[in-house]
Design a protein around this ligand. Structure first.
Ligand SMILES: Nc1nc(=O)c2c([nH]1)NC[C@@H]1CN(c3ccc(C(=O)N[C@@H](CCC(=O)O)C(=O)O)cc3)C=[N+]21
Length: 286
């Protein structure tokens, strides 16, 4: 068996087409949605991600608000940029690119973001809203995964889902999202303390791996026909000495799984599409 690919890149392009229409609707009301990014330092990977976000914005008609600070920026300088974006009516949502340089207090910075402008959906208030079932911006990667599965008619209601990884950006909020009444999946949240990981993944209709461990999920850990989702993105040096990204799911899993969300071309583009969606939604509400 060779798994059907669930194409995150094509689906993200579809979502961007839909957003373009919504942005036109906002323009008729005299509104241009604005996405802000805060980048501290010159890490090439982070710069590339931020550039990608602004390219996405241009494609759908969202205004870009870029704030860049040097790697040695003080906490006060960062705090000031956050306060400025919180007060800027042209900015409907923004993100602080992570990781921040180590001398800065990441938790403090993230908590200073106005929760209603939190385009990542990762502010403690918004994670709290998610726990409680209140409306609010949703975390982009979990939302992108659910949206992709929904658009490919992979049933969630009543499904057994194994999530591998309990990180704050993916695994933990994904467990919360999948167990909302509107999704109604049954979730097993596995992590580095799980003794028999294969027992849980083999029992699952859907396995979502967000552990950051290349090749963690192997074919023997997957029930034939199951849907698997690769969220891993780890930079490795290939045999040719060149850097590349690799996922958490071994290539051989494609022979066992019924459907597969690949990396690249899966969760990454969907994450970016959900960031845009969050901003357009914020603008529609305002
Ligand atoms: N505040 C904050 N929010 C983030 O959402 C955030 C962050 N910080 N820091 C870094 C991580 C990483 N991340 C990715 C998003 C898309 C791809 C992506 O689209 N990847 C392509 C491959 C690479 C490419 O073509 O650029 C793919 O999977 O097909 C990758 C990684 C968001 N992050």
């Amino acid at each position: 068996m060779t798994a059907t690919l669930l194409d995150g890149k094509a689906t993200a392009a579809e979502i961007k087409d839909e957003l373009r229409v919504r942005v036109k609707g906002l323009a008729e009301r005299g509104l241009v949605p604005g996405l802000g990014t805060v980048l501290v330092g010159a890490d090439p990977g982070s710069q590339a991600y931020v550039n990608g976000k602004h390219r996405d914005c241009a494609e759908v008609g969202i205004a870009s608000i870029r704030r860049e600070l040097p790697a040695d920026a003080t906490q006060e300088q960062v705090d000031e940029v956050i306060a400025e974006l919180n007060a800027d009516p042209a900015c409907h949502g923004y993100i602080v690119q992570l990781p921040l340089p180590r001398h800065l207090d990441t938790q403090r910075v993230l908590e200073l973001i106005d929760p209603d402008k939190d385009a990542d959906g990762l502010h403690p208030v918004n994670l709290g809203r998610l726990v409680l079932g209140y409306d609010g911006p949703l975390p982009c990667t979990p939302r992108g995964i659910v949206e992709l599965l929904r658009r490919y008619d992979v049933p969630l209601r009543g499904a057994e889902v194994a999530v591998v990884g309990r990180g704050n950006t993916v695994g933990r909020p994904l467990g919360l999202l999948l167990t909302r009444r509107s999704e109604n999946a049954t979730v097993t949240l596995c992590h580095t303390g799980t003794l028999d990981l294969a027992k849980h993944t083999r029992n699952a209709d859907i396995v979502i791996v967000a552990a950051g461990v290349p090749g963690l999920l192997t074919a023997d850990m997957v029930r034939p026909g199951a849907t698997v989702v690769d969220v891993g993105i780890t930079r490795v040096i290939g045999p040719d000495g060149k850097g590349r990204y690799t996922g958490d799911i071994a290539a051989e899993v494609a022979e066992v799984a019924g459907a597969m969300v690949p990396m690249p071309g899966g969760v990454g583009p969907m994450t970016r599409a959900m960031l845009l969606t969050n901003v357009v939604e914020r603008a529609e509400l305002g």
